[in-house]
Design a protein around this ligand. Structure first.
Ligand code: GLC
Length: 801
C-alpha cells in the first residue's frame, strides 16, 4: 500500500501493471506497462536473483562480487498465472508477483511469509548524473532482527540503524559511525526463527535503513546502477551466511604462520630497530611470526622502492629475519608519486595506466608521498602490470606478505577524502565514473596484489591484507578494521566488527590490537590481547605517535600475561587452522555470533559480546577497566569453564570470574580440542604428538582436526589429514571413534588425550577392540593417555568414583 505521500512527492516512480511475462530455462521476466522489467533468476532452489530495469533496459551483466565457482542448479521451477498475481515456485520458495504493481512476496513452501515488498522497487531519475537512483522497501516482519553488513561499528542487531556503504578512510572513527572502510551490502534478516539474506550487488554508494526512518520498514537504495539483489533463504542463519559466501567466494588456505601472532607499528625502522624488536620477542619467549614494514621502509614513500639508508640490504635482512622465524610483510599503497625519475611512475605514464578525470588529465591527489597519480585497478591490464611490480619484493627479496592500505582510495586534504565523482574507470571493459568504481577500487587493488603474490611466492601461499573491500574480496585477501583508537569503547567495537565481518563472508579479519591512535594502558592492552588471540587475524599495530606498543612496553605483569595468551593462540593453531579449513570449504564463518549459534533462542538476538570461536569454544571479552569478572550469557547446552573445568548449564546469564590474567572462555561439552605445543613461530618444533583435550559429555559430539604441510598447494592434491572424532559418553563409558581422510602423513606418531570432566574412574581401556594394560597408556592419574595416532576406536570403561 503506497501511503507515504512524501515519498511520491520526492519524484519517486513506480512500476505499473504487468502486461506480459516470459519464462526461460532459469529465468522468469515480467514486463509492466510503463516499461519496467523484473527478471528473477533461479540460481538454486533457495537462492533467487531479482533484477529490475526501467525504460533503458538492463546493463551488461557484470559483477566483481559474484564468484565464478558459485554453486548453481535447482530442482524445480514452475510459474502459474492467477487472477491478481503470478506465482513462481521452486522446491523451497514460493514467490508471488503482484500483477497490479510488480510487488513481490516471498514465502516458504508452507506459506509462511519470509520477506515482502512494502513499496517494493521504485526509482527516481537522476537528472544530475543520468540513470536512476534505485530503491527497494520491504515490510519489516514482527520482531525482525538484522545482521551482517561488513565492518559497521554498531550493535550486532542493526534494527533501528541506517547504514551507508562508501569506502572511507575514517581515522579514529567511533561507535555507530559510517561509512567506514568497507562496503558489504549484505544483510541477514531473522524473524519467527527463520532467516534469509539479501545481497544488493551494487557498487555505487548504497544505503540501508533498518526500521530507522519508519518503524516497520526496511529499505535499501543506491545512487546509481541497477536494483539487483540476491535473496538467500535459510531457514538457518548458517545456511544464509554459507549461501552468501558460496555466491561471493571463499579464500584458499593461507600459510599456517599467518594464523600466528603479528607485530606491527608505524614504523619500525631502520633495520637495527626491526631486529631489536624481533630479538626481544625471542629473548622474552613471546611467540611471533609476522613483522611489518610500514611506509618508512620506502624511499620517499614511493611504492616498490627501499630507503637504502634505513635498509641497506633488504634481502639480507629479510633472510635473517626468516632464519629467526619472522616473516616480513611490507606495505604498498595505491598512490604513485608523481616523479619523472621513478620507474613505476614512468611505466604507468608510458602505458596510460593512471585514472583520469572526465576531461582528460590524470587524477591527482595528495597521499604520503605528496602529489600522486593512481593506477586504475579496474583495468585488467593495469592489474597485470601491478602484479608484475611485486617481482623484486617477493621473488628476490623474499617478503612473505603484502599489506594494501589507503585503497578506499584515500586522498588527503580534500573534503570527500577520496577521488572526485567524475574520475573515469575501465571497470573491466564497462567504462564508468568513480561513483560506480569507488567501492570496488580497493578490492581490485588487493586482487592485483594477490595475483602478483601468488605468482612470485609460488610454491608458497600468498598472504595479502587490505583495508578497503567490497563483497567477494575474501577470495583474495585478509583484512583489518582500520585506524581505531586505544579506548575501551574501541575494544567493544573491535569485537563487534570482527564478528560482523565473519558473518559477511570475510572471516580473516582482525583489529589493530591495543588501538592504532593514542596510548592504551597496560590493562586495556591486555584485555585487547585476550580478545585478539581469538580473532582470525591477530596483529598488534599502532600509529607510533605515542609510546611503544609491544608486549613489553607496559609492566612485567602485562608482558607475562600477554605471553600466556599468545601461547594459548599457538597451542590452538590446529584448531584455528581447522576453522579456516571449514571456512574455505563450506563458507562457515570462523567466529559465530550467538544468534548464529542458536537462532531459536530469542535471548541471543540482541547479544553482542559473546561469540563462538570455531565450533566449540565460547569467548566473552572483558570490556571494562578494573573488572574482576563479568556477567555474560551462556548459550543453551553445557559448557566447561576453560580455566576451572567447572561444568555449567547454559540458557541463562551468569557471573564469570575473570581477573586480569583470565578472560571468560568455555568449551562445549563433548568437544575435542586439538593443541600443538607452544612454539616461538610456526614450524619451530618438530611435532612429537598432537594433544587432544577431550571434554566428556553424555551424548554425542563431532570434532574435526584438519592439518597439512601448512604451506604450498599439495593439500589440493589430497595431501591433507582430516581427523573426524565422534565422542560418545554414557554412564561409566567414553567412546571416541576416529575417521581419517587424506594422504598427508602428520609428523607426529601419537595422540595425547587429556580428559576433562570424566565422571568416573578408569577401569579398563579397549583400543580398536583389544584391551590394553592401563600402565601402557595412562599418565597423570586418569587425566592423560598416550595412544597411537591412527586408532579407530578407543573405549574407556569406568567405575563410580
Ligand atoms: C593508515 C593505516 C595504518 C598505517 C598508516 C601509515 O593510517 O590505516 O595502518 O600505519 O596509514 O601507513
Amino acid at each position: 500500500m503506497i501511503t507515504n505521500t512524501e515519498l511520491e512527492y520526492k519524484g519517486n516512480l513506480y512500476p505499473s501493471n504487468i502486461t506480459a511475462y516470459k519464462k526461460e530455462v532459469d529465468k522468469v521476466s515480467f514486463y509492466t506497462e510503463n516499461n519496467v522489467t523484473l527478471t528473477i533468476t533461479i540460481l538454486r532452489d533457495s537462492v533467487l536473483r531479482f533484477r529490475y530495469a526501467t525504460e533503458e533496459g538492463f546493463e551488461p551483466d557484470f559483477s566483481y562480487a559474484i564468484d565464478k565457482n558459485a554453486t548453481y542448479g535447482f530442482n524445480h521451477l514452475e510459474v502459474k498465472e492467477e487472477e491478481t498475481a503470478y506465482i513462481l515456485k521452486t522446491a523451497k520458495l514460493v514467490v508471488t508477483i503482484n500483477k497490479k504493481d510488480l510487488r513481490v512476496s516471498i514465502a516458504d513452501t508452507k506459506g509462511r511469509v519470509i520477506n515482502e515488498d512494502e513499496l517494493g522497487f521504485h526509482w527516481e531519475e537522476s537528472y544530475l548524473y543520468g540513470g536512476n537512483i534505485v530503491k527497494m522497501s520491504k515490510d519489516a516482519q514482527e520482531s525482525e532482527s538484522y545482521y551482517a553488513m561488513g565492518d559497521k561499528p554498531s550493535q550486532l542487531n542493526l534494527r533501528g540503524k541506517r547504514i551507508e556503504n562508501w569506502n572511507t578512510d575514517q581515522y579514529a572513527f567511533g561507535k555507530d559511525h559510517n561509512p567506514l572502510y568497507k562496503a558489504v551490502p549484505f544483510y541477514v534478516g531473522l524473524h519467527h526463527k527463520t532467516a534469509y539474506g539479501i545481497f544488493f550487488d551494487n557498487t555505487f554508494r548504497t544505503h540501508f535503513d533498518f526500521c530507522h526512518e519508519r518503524r516497520n520498514v526496511t529499505s535499501f537504495w543506491a545512487d546509481g546502477g541497477e536494483m539487483n539483489y540476491y535473496f538467500i533463504y535459510g531457514p538457518k542463519v548458517s545456511e544464509v551466511v554459507q549461501g552468501y559466501t558460496d555466491l561471493t567466494g571463499k579464500p584458499e588456505l593461507p600459510p599456517l604462520w599467518t594464523l600466528g601472532f603479528h607485530q606491527c607499528k608505524w614504523s619500525y625502522y631502520p633495520e637495527s630497530r626491526v631486529k631489536e624488536v624481533t630479538k626481544k620477542f625471542r629473548d622474552l619467549k613471546i611467540p611471533c611470526d609476522g613483522i611489518y614494514l610500514d611506509i618508512d621502509y620506502m624511499d620517499q614513500f614511493r611504492c616498490f622502492t627501499w630507503n637504502k639508508e634505513y635498509f641497506p640490504d633488504p634481502k639480507r635482512m629479510v633472510d635473517e629475519l626468516l632464519e629467526d622465524g619472522f616473516k616480513t610483510i611490507a606495505i604498498i599503497d595505491p598512490g604513485i608519486k608523481i616523479d619523472k625519475d621513478y620507474w613505476v611512475y614512468q611505466q604507468a605514464v608510458e602505458n596510460d595506466y593512471f585514472c583520469k578525470r572526465a576531461d582528460g588529465p590524470y587524477m591527482k591527489g595528495k597521499v604520503w608521498p605528496g602529489e600522486c597519480n593512481f593506477p586504475d585497478f579496474t583495468n585488467p591490464e593495469v592489474r597485470d602490470w601491478w602484479a608484475g611490480l611485486y617481482k623484486e619484493l617477493i621473488a628476490e627479496i623474499g617478503v612473505r606478505g603484502i599489506w594494501n592500505d589507503m585503497n578506499e582510495p584515500a586522498v588527503m586534504e580534500v573534503p570527500g577524502k577520496t577521488f572526485p565523482d567524475d574520475v573515469r574507470h575501465n571497470y573491466d571493459g564497462h567504462p564508468c565514473s568513480h561513483r560506480k568504481a569507488h567501492n570496488i577500487y580497493g578490492m581490485q587493488m588487493a586482487r592485483a596484489t594477490y595475483e602478483g603474490m601468488r605468482k612470485y611466492t609460488f610454491p608458497k601461499r600468498p598472504f595479502v591484507i587490505t583495508r578497503a573491500a567490497y563483497s567477494g574480496a575474501q577470495r583474495f585477501t585478509s583484512s583489518w578494521t582500520g585506524d581505531n583508537v586505544a579506548t575501551w569503547e574501541h575494544l567493544w567495537i573491535a569485537n563487534i566488527q570482527v564478528q560482523r565481518m565473519c558473518m559477511s563472508g570475510m572471516s580473516f579479519t582482525g583489529s589493530d590490537i591495543g588501538g592504532f591512535a593514542e596510548q592504551p594502558s597496560g590493562e586495556l592492552f591486555l584485555r585487547w590481547i585476550q580478545l585478539g588471540i581469538f580473532h582470525p587475524f591477530c596483529r598488534v599495530h599502532s600509529s607510533g605517535d605515542h609510546g611503544d606498543q609491544e608486549p613489553w612496553s607496559f609492566d612485567i605483569e602485562v608482558t607475562d600475561i600477554t605471553r600466556k595468551f599468545i601461547e594459548l593462540r599457538y597451542k590452538l593453531l590446529p584448531y584455528l587452522y581447522t576453522m579456516f579449513w571449514e571456512y574455505m570449504t563450506d563458507g562457515v564463518p570462523m567466529l559465530k555470533s550467538l544468534m548464529y549459534y542458536d537462532q531459536e533462542d530469542q535471548h541471543t538476538h540482541y547479544r553482542n559480546d559473546e561469540f563462538i570461536f570455531g565450533n566449540h569454544i565460547l569467548v566473552c571479552p572483558i570490556l571494562e577497566p578494573n573488572a574482576k569478572g563479568r556477567r555474560m550469557y551462556l548459550p543453551r547446552g553445557k559448557w566447561y569453564n576453560f580455566w576451572t573445568n567447572d561444568l555449567l548449564s547454559g540458557g541463562k546469564e551468569t557471573w564469570v570470574e575473570a581477573d586480569i590474567d583470565q578472560v571468560p572462555v568455555f568449551v562445549k561439552e563433548g568437544a575435542i580440542v586439538p593443541n600443538y605445543p607452544v612454539q616461538q613461530y610456526v614450524g619451530e618444533k618438530e611435532l612429537k604428538e598432537l594433544t587432544l583435550h577431550v571434554y566428556y559429555a553424555e551424548g554425542t559430539e563431532i570434532s574435526k582436526v584438519y592439518e597439512d604441510a601448512g604451506d604450498g598447494y599439495d593439500y589440493k592434491k589430497g595431501r591433507y589429514s582430516l581427523r573426524k572424532f565422534r565422542l560418545t559418553g554414557r554412564e561409566n563409558q567414553l567412546i571416541i571413534q576416529q575417521f581419517k581422510e587424506g594422504k598427508y602423513e602428520t609428523p607426529y606418531k601419537k595422540l595425547k588425550l587429556v580428559l576433562h570432566g570424566l565422571p568416573f574412574n578408569v577401569k579398563s581401556i579397549y583400543l580398536d577392540n583389544a584391551q590394553i594394560p592401563l600402565k601402557d597408556v595412562k599418565m597423570n592419574g586418569d587425566k592423560t593417555m598416550i595412544i597411537p595416532k591412527n586408532f579407530t576406536e578407543i573405549h574407556i570403561i569406568g567405575e563410580q568414583q
